[in-house]
Design a protein around this ligand. Structure first.
Ligand code: TPP
Ligand code: MG
Length: 367
């Protein structure tokens, strides 16, 4: 017997759950000036999530998918990107989108069922939320290939969930990115759950990162609750991608602390003790503890930040609620270059019976 190939999957953590460094830190992690904006972004995302759930409960938006517990993945990944890179997100990635300049008002519009929320003023080349699981990996591989053909110094970054790695689209997209040596960074947000399906029943693979090996690209794991590890490994993968080194798969290990969406009740299928255990590992407290250790944070600043974030979220909600609902016929606008006759007739009917100016006194309702 001869061994023809061997592989290893590395795991990286810089800050342990108490915020204590476990190894020499990258330069940005020694600089409070670089870390404080990341901390702020995670706190803002957490407040946004709470508010968005309240808006769903009161009928002001539709179903919503919270990022509770996964803030370090979104913020860490997107903060490593350059403006000209392209983000290809799933539906749980608003933490990343906010880093890219997508506004909270745009995000609320999207979750309120208004397609205008996908037209990001500050990030026009980023892709909209992808709800079909894993499809965006194929789009991202195509984008990365286009970037390569044009010889541009940029990369595509695709976010997906652990469940997404069971889809054919994931394998197909990653395989092509490997074959084309395309500048793509695939980040799997392994939050341990695909709705009620635990990671352990999703696949027999020991790690999700090792799925990269079949595509001929590097696959690695990071502690997804450690923003320093997420950001550093994404920076390295992006650097390699932009300099012709091809694609990388990063598996970020985290935990979905909330329900799958507002349409879900996770207490029906998972043990509360397991959730409690994972609260001990969560990313926001971890970075806060490290900042406290550095002497760069204190209770007064925490209180000030909480107030500032609450005001920012409230302003975004007010702006959202002040936007009149879209024309009902707008639902026909973005799928076809020219509408098939049957749909054109329906669009005409929608226009006739649902004028775009709501009757005076009617309640605002994006849901
Ligand atoms: C193609 C497809 N199949 C099924 C669904 C229904 N669905 C919605 S979310 C989800 C689970 C996804 O889990 P994961 O990829 O781990 O992402 P997470 O929700 O945990 O962020 C499924 C199966 C879907 N949206 N698209
Ligand atoms: Mg998941």
């Amino acid at each position: 017997m001869t061994t023809v190939a061997t592989f290893e999957i590395e795991y990286t953590q810089f800050l342990d759950p108490q915020g204590e460094p476990t190894q020499a830190l990258p330069a940005f992690a020694l600089d409070p000036g670089a870390l404080l904006p990341l901390y702020r972004a995670m706190v803002l995302t957490r407040q946004f999530d709470l508010k968005a759930i309240a808006l769903q409960r009161t009928g002001k938006i539709g179903t919503f998918a919270s990022a509770l517990g996964q803030e370090a993945v979104g913020v860490g990944v997107a903060s490593a990107m350059r403006a000209q890179d392209v983000l290809v997100p799933s539906y749980r990635d608003h933490a990343a989108q906010f880093q890219r300049g997508v506004s909270m008002t745009e995000s609320l519009l999207y979750w309120g069922g208004d397609e205008r929320g996908n037209c990001f003023a500050a990030a026009p080349h980023d892709f909209p939320n992808c709800v079909p699981i894993g499809n965006q990996v194929c789009h991202a591989a195509g984008i990365a290939y286009a970037i390569k053909l044009r010889n541009e110094p940029r990369a595509a970054v695709c976010l997906l969930g652990d469940g997404g790695t069971s889809k054919g689209d994931f394998y197909e997209g990653m395989n092509m990115a490997g074959a084309w040596q395309a500048p793509l960074v695939l980040v799997v947000n392994n939050n341990q759950w695909a709705i009620s399906m635990p990671r352990s029943q999703q696949t027999a693979a020991q790690t999700l990162a090792q799925k990269a090996i079949a595509a001929g690209i590097p696959g690695l794991q990071v502690d997804g609750n450690d923003i320093v590890a997420v950001r550093q490994k994404t920076l390295e993968a992006l650097e390699r991608a932009r300099s012709g080194g091809g694609a990388t798969l990063i598996e970020a290990i985290t935990y979905r602390l909330g329900d799958h969406t507002t349409a879900d009740d996770a207490s029906r299928y998972r043990d509360v003790d397991q959730v409690k255990q994972h609260w001990l590992l969560e990313p926001v407290a971890r970075l806060r503890n490290y900042l406290l250790r550095l002497g760069a944070w204190d209770a007064a600043r925490e209180e000030q930040l909480a107030k500032a974030c609450a005001a920012e979220v409230a302003a975004a909600v007010d702006a959202y609620l002040a936007i009149p609902p879209p024309d009902t016929a707008a639902m026909f606008d973005y799928l076809y270059a020219s509408l098939p006759t049957a749909l054109a007739t329906q669009a005409d009917t929608a226009r006739r019976f649902a004028p775009d100016v709501p009757a005076s006194g009617s309640e605002h309702d994006h849901g």
